[in-house]
Design a protein around this ligand. Structure first.
Ligand SMILES: [Zn+2]
Length: 301
């Protein structure tokens, strides 16, 4: 990829300010040609909680250039934002399918920027989008691109269609849902209908389903960081995830960032040209993958 010179090299960074059923918000930072874009992916926390978290990264609400929403569940769009969004005139990008839902949730209509498939966020930052099934109205997965660097973001998936894998092909950094540990979910006191909703293919991904998808994406990419989102407080533990990765994807263990509900994650940055050692990947064929994950499923379940 030909880089433009004289304007400093492009920068693409992500920090998750908190993730889980109690709220989701990430900050995407892009810099190119001496200009910066600060984009929020979802805004599911209170205004105060978000401004506090942003201040840790020297960002103020007034600096936010736009909000992109995955969907309108309350943990991704907190209606208490509506007034401030209107006052500051922050553009809110939603898929056209979510437009009326956003208005219903109180989002000021003149701030809404409904999109069909791509969002031009300025300074060369482009968000490509992909609608996936989640509950009734679906959820948007994003692929942010800046000068040949790319970062994928997908949460609240329920299941992983092949189209999502190809949508995220060749990305540098992946932020991806890893909601529950299967055995913890099965053994939880949750009502059956809720378990069915979560595990029924339109709710959330188990750690194993998530890892399976991460590995498929990693085969076509050179993932520098894998940021895991939306861990269930009741039915997941970061240690379960690291055990799973240690067993099935040890080459990714050092690149893992496991987000939490209550504190910001560390910031990850897309680096240029990090070449993978070809010996890194321990799994060669998808069948190996299925077998290994299947085996770990049996062991843990
Ligand atoms: Zn959610």
């Amino acid at each position: 990829m030909q880089q433009q010179h004289g304007h400093g090299s492009p920068r693409l960074e992500l920090v998750n300010l908190g993730s889980g059923s109690g709220g989701n918000c990430s900050l995407l930072l892009a810099e190119f040609g001496g200009q910066t874009r600060r984009i929020l992916v979802d805004c599911g926390f209170s205004m105060r909680r978000t401004t506090n978290a942003l201040s840790e990264f020297d960002v103020e609400l007034q600096d936010i250039d736009g909000i992109v929403l995955t969907h309108l569940d309350r943990d991704h769009f907190n209606p208490s934002w509506s007034r401030r969004i209107g006052q500051l005139g922050i553009p809110v990008h939603v898929t056209t399918a979510h437009r009326s839902g956003a208005i219903g949730a109180g989002c000021p209509e003149d701030c809404l920027r409904p999109f069909m498939d791509e969002i031009d966020l300025g300074i060369g930052l482009l968000a490509r989008t992909h609608l996936v099934a989640h509950d009734d109205s679906g959820c948007v997965a994003y692929r942010f691109e800046l000068e040949g660097r790319s970062l994928g973001f997908a949460t609240d998936l329920g299941h992983v269609p092949d189209t999502l894998i190809s949508f995220l092909e060749g990305i540098d950094v992946l932020a991806f849902e890893s909601n529950y540990d299967r055995s913890m979910q099965m053994q939880s006191e949750r009502p059956e209908f809720l378990k069915r909703r979560i595990m029924g293919g339109q709710g959330h991904l188990s750690n194993e389903q998530s890892l399976h998808a991460v590995l498929r994406i990693d085969r076509t990419s050179n993932l520098q960081h894998v940021v895991l989102l939306h861990l269930s407080r009741q039915c997941n533990e970061p240690s379960r995830i690291t055990e799973l990765y240690a067993a099935c994807a040890p080459h990714l263990l050092e690149r893992l960032v496991i987000t939490g509900q209550n504190a910001p994650s560390r910031k990850v940055r897309v680096e240029v040209e990090v070449k993978r050692n070809p010996g890194d990947s321990v799994l060669d064929a998808p069948e190996d993958l299925e077998r290994t994950i299947g085996k770990s499923l049996k062991e843990t379940g």
